[in-house]
Design a protein around this ligand. Structure first.
Ligand code: URA
Length: 244
């Protein structure tokens, strides 16, 4: 971690709790920096020099992990499920969850493909926030034959119930019998966005696979398998999100 960081952000980056919750802990006088209570909201620290503790526990960053998972259908993209269904955490070793690794954004229960998992809060924020326009490529198999006119309508943007939506690009479209396979790129990730965009032009998505996030491709990673990113892949991903 670099120098001069807001205290609540440091605590969240260490995986102790959310930024908002850290603000509450700070305001409640529960956070100590170098053995002194730090109760001001804007308190900054230098993580290389300062010692942060909450209730006597030293708050230190866990080892950083960023990995890619091939999410199969049938797994929830969250860390817990109130209905006791399988989550993507069930596909990873326990120590990663203990170090605060969480899914980067969400794929629907029936959506497959590339899901990044990390305990790097800033990276997660950059990949998921629309402001950073990190492109995601999906392969959608939709019912029926999508005419060039409908594709053009989609390319121009459609109106969804939470506002207009426009793909960054429609990369290719191929007819497959009674269905059409379309590769589409988006730079935002609203709920069920790809499915709702196709529904807006009258086509139901029957299968959805995410193929790429920024510079990272799913490649031949088997369904249910995961692997750590290489140093080069991490660097390329960070560059693509405007991080060093
Ligand atoms: N768009 C969708 O409709 N579903 C997903 O899971 C991801 C993007």
């Amino acid at each position: 971690m670099s120098a001069a960081l807001r205290l609540h952000k440091y605590i969240a980056n260490c995986g102790y709790c959310s930024r908002r919750h850290a603000e509450l802990l700070i305001a409640a006088g529960l956070v100590r920096v170098n053995d002194r209570i730090a109760a001001e909201p804007g308190h900054t620290i230098d993580p290389r020099r300062d010692r942060v503790a909450i209730n006597g526990e030293d708050i230190v960053p866990p080892p950083r992990h960023t990995l890619m998972l091939h999410k199969p259908a049938g797994f929830i993209s969250s860390t817990h499920d109130t209905h006791e269904r399988l989550t993507v955490m069930d596909l990873l070793p326990r120590n990663l969850a203990a170090d605060g690794v969480v899914p980067v954004g969400r794929l629907d229960l029936d959506t497959e493909g590339l899901l990044l998992m990390t305990n790097d809060g800033e990276l997660l924020h950059r990949i998921t926030h629309p402001r950073y326009e990190c492109p995601k490529e999906y392969l959608a198999r939709v019912r029926g034959h999508v005419t060039p006119q409908k594709l053009e309508r989609l390319a121009q943007g459609v109106l969804l119930d939470d506002g207009p939506a426009q793909p960054a690009a429609i990369l290719r479209a191929e007819r497959r019998g009674e269905e059409t396979e379309i590769a589409i790129e988006l730079t935002e990730g609203r709920k069920r966005e790809v499915k709702r965009m196709f529904a807006a032009i009258g086509h139901e998505v029957v299968r959805l696979v995410r193929l790429r996030i920024g510079p990272l491709r799913l490649g031949d990673l088997a369904p249910g398998a995961w692997r750590a990113l290489s140093g080069e892949e991490s660097a390329a991903l960070r560059r693509a999100c405007g991080l060093r």
